[in-house]
Design a protein around this ligand. Structure first.
Ligand SMILES: Nc1ncnc2c1ncn2[C@@H]1O[C@H](COP(=O)(O)OP(=O)(O)O)[C@@H](O)[C@H]1O
Ligand SMILES: [Mg+2]
Length: 211
């Protein structure tokens, strides 16, 4: 049975596509079969996949814009894990959004520490908590400023967020990997490689996939 991870936040630029591409690469490198579903009308996940080098561990990404999503999302081939990336403003498509949420075994909400992101994240969490699905907040683009980060975590904890123990740092290597169709785990010497592997190890456990 496929395990489905839904990556969502209603605001743009929180790191949804970055988390999705890096998870796809980490999962493919862990020896599992994986596919990505891009529901964004501006399909950046699919663009990333088109740039993917032939020698990189195989994975596939297919496109199903939210506006056309009439059934539960199913990958065209059987896979161990499906990672669904969503556009900002996904809440404007309540029917499609509901289908994606129903299909999800785990919902991942990337959020940076900015106050804008925090506000959006608390609204999303308030809604997602009504669905009864497990939701994990992944802090992304963290700058090495311990005080701000502590404040972000306190705020999120106050609204009942289940914070992922693994956080992703703010590093240009994420852009560089994106441009060439890989994840940072596939870039020699990438600083965040261990973080992404740890993120996948954590989510894998939450999904109950044996390692
Ligand atoms: N951890 C990070 N470090 C550096 N840049 C990042 C990081 N996460 C995201 N970005 C950059 O921020 C921008 C928005 O990220 P993206 O993943 O596209 O957000 P979303 O899909 O939520 O709109 C992109 O240019 C991306 O490269
Ligand atoms: Mg995106």
């Amino acid at each position: 049975m496929v395990k489905t991870i839904l990556v969502t936040n209603w605001k743009g630029g929180t790191g949804k596509t970055t988390v999705a591409t890096n998870l796809l690469a980490a999962i493919a490198n862990s020896g599992l079969t994986v596919a990505g579903l891009d529901t964004d009308a501006q399909p950046q996940l699919a663009e990333w996949w088109e740039a993917r080098p032939e020698q990189a561990p195989a994975l596939s990404v297919y496109i199903q814009p939210l506006a056309d999503l009439e059934e539960a999302p199913t990958p065209p081939e059987p896979v161990d894990v499906l990672v669904i990336d969503t556009p900002p403003g996904v809440e404007a498509y309540p029917e499609s959004y509901r289908r994606l949420i129903e299909a999800a075994d785990l919902i991942v909400v990337p959020s940076s520490g900015t106050s804008n992101d925090r506000r959006s994240t608390s609204k999303v969490l308030e809604f997602l908590h009504t669905t009864g699905k497990p939701v994990v907040v992944v802090l992304n683009r963290l700058k090495p400023r311990a005080l701000d980060n502590a404040e972000t975590k306190r705020d999120l904890a106050r609204i009942g967020a289940d914070l992922c123990p693994v956080e992703l740092p703010d590093l240009n290597e994420f852009h560089r990997a994106f441009d060439i169709g890989v994840g940072v785990v596939e870039v020699d010497g990438a600083k965040a490689s261990d973080d992404v592997d740890a993120l996948w190890a954590y989510l894998r456990k939450r999904l109950g996939i044996a390692s």
